[in-house]
Design a protein around this ligand. Sequence first.
Ligand code: FNR
Length: 186
Amino acid sequence: MMRVKKIGILIGSLRKESYNRKIAKHIMELATEGLDFKEIKIDNLPFYNEDLDKEKTPEAYLDFRKSILSLDAILFVTPEYNRSIPAVLKNALDVGSRPYGKSVWDLKPAAIISSSIGAIGGFGANHHLRQSLVFLNMPCLAQPEAYIGNASKLFDKAGKMINEDTDKFLNQFIISFSEWMERFQK
Ligand code: FNR
């Protein structure tokens, strides 16, 4: 039987009514066979400072690194802030990448969904994130790409996805991610 794969979702927005959070929630509810999604929180990580690792590593860093290590793959769902990724998400990447030589990201398969209320769907953030993932040695799904634009029009008042095309697209995206990550399982 196929082993269930554990996928951590990192959401680049902290706000309660975040469209990116709604997209992430929708994906968690798709119940794709063989995949177990859970959100990995990034809002409690102090800004990365090497001194903290040298003195006494904060519990929040240790817990975060441990939870990333326990995952089979990572899904990033992020808005675009000023044509790049939100600082909170960059901070999470930085925390996981240290101490030097002990990065928890190494060889973790990843996929990126960017989403924006604008028409470009967070293209700039999506590709800035890819730049860091190259350095972190994380193989990242290339196709399909996921730039979800006009995010404010995709949900009803209760936060439920009402756009059928986006729903179908996200379903297909996750199936592609699942098939692709098989190649990296040991
Ligand atoms: C934005 N927004 C934005 N949108 C975009 O398409 N490109 C951008 O560069 C930016 N820049 C930006 C900077 C900052 C500081 C904020 C707060 C917002 C708008 C953004 O798409 C919108 O606020 C989304 O709703 C953010 O995603 P969540 O929080 O809904 O997931």
